[in-house]
Design a protein around this ligand. Structure first.
Ligand SMILES: Nc1ncnc2c1ncn2[C@@H]1O[C@H](COP(=O)(O)OP(=O)(O)OP(=O)(O)O)[C@@H](O)[C@H]1O
Length: 205
């Protein structure tokens, strides 16, 4: 179980959110919604252990998740806005980079996102949606309990959204949890919405 317990985050002089509580159980999906700047990406980064907390804690199965940051990083996949691809490497080589850390079946992962026919193409030649699919292929490599996804469906065509839905179903059926920020509906059955109302101009800390 992943939990944000009374979390407050400051950016510069501004409070992005405070008193935030969120609990996500195995197999569960939470969709973060809210206006631009409400703090959805910030919350994903908090859960990933990438943003310092002014107050509160991030817990994994009741224990401080960030006490051992390497262990926390190893139990999650964080998909940011940017696709974090290496443009000079081929599609398959990009996945090999991650597979060296996590293991996994590269051809199967490429198949899962419909990129098998483009395996040898340099990543820089992919379209925007294909780049997003390559980023998503990382999720298909090896099982991992926590998926933190920032607008995962941006740029995807209908077939790719269906494939994303299949990946999400498989992950949750195996007990994985998902927290996803989005402005559009995602292929996530029975997801719980957590709305961040934000503080439009920020408030002084
Ligand atoms: N590195 C940073 N330094 C200072 N302020 C930041 C930083 N990153 C984000 N912010 C501020 O934090 C607030 C929340 O940003 P965040 O990216 O989490 O919003 P969001 O809900 O994901 O927005 P969007 O829907 O536009 O993606 C914004 O006001 C933003 O300006």
């Amino acid at each position: 179980m992943l939990e944000a317990s009374d979390v407050a985050v400051l950016r510069g002089e501004r409070v992005i959110f405070s008193g935030l509580r969120l609990t996500v159980s195995p197999g569960e999906a939470v969709v973060l919604t809210g206006a631009n700047g409400a703090g959805k990406s910030t919350l994903l980064r908090v859960l990933a252990g990438l943003v310092g907390l002014a107050e509160g804690r991030v817990l994994w199965n009741g224990e401080d998740a960030l006490a051992d940051r390497a262990a926390h990083a190893a139990r999650l996949r964080y998909l940011a806005h940017a696709d974090a691809l290496k443009p000079g490497l081929s599609v398959a080589e990009n996945l090999q980079f991650w597979a060296r850390q996590w293991g996994g079946d590269i051809p199967a992962a490429l198949e899962a996102v419909g990129l098998a026919p483009l395996a040898e193409l340099p990543a820089r030649m992919l379209s925007a949606g294909q780049k997003r699919r390559l980023a998503l292929a990382r999720l298909a490599l090896a099982p991992c309990p926590i998926w933190l996804l920032d607008e995962p469906s941006v740029g995807l065509d209908a077939a790719s959204i269906a494939r994303l839905g299949a990946l999400l179903r498989r992950h949750r059926a195996a007990g994985g949890l998902v927290v996803a920020a989005t402005h559009v509906p995602l292929p996530l059955d029975g997801a719980r919405e957590h709305r961040l109302d934000g503080l439009p101009a920020g408030v002084p800390a």
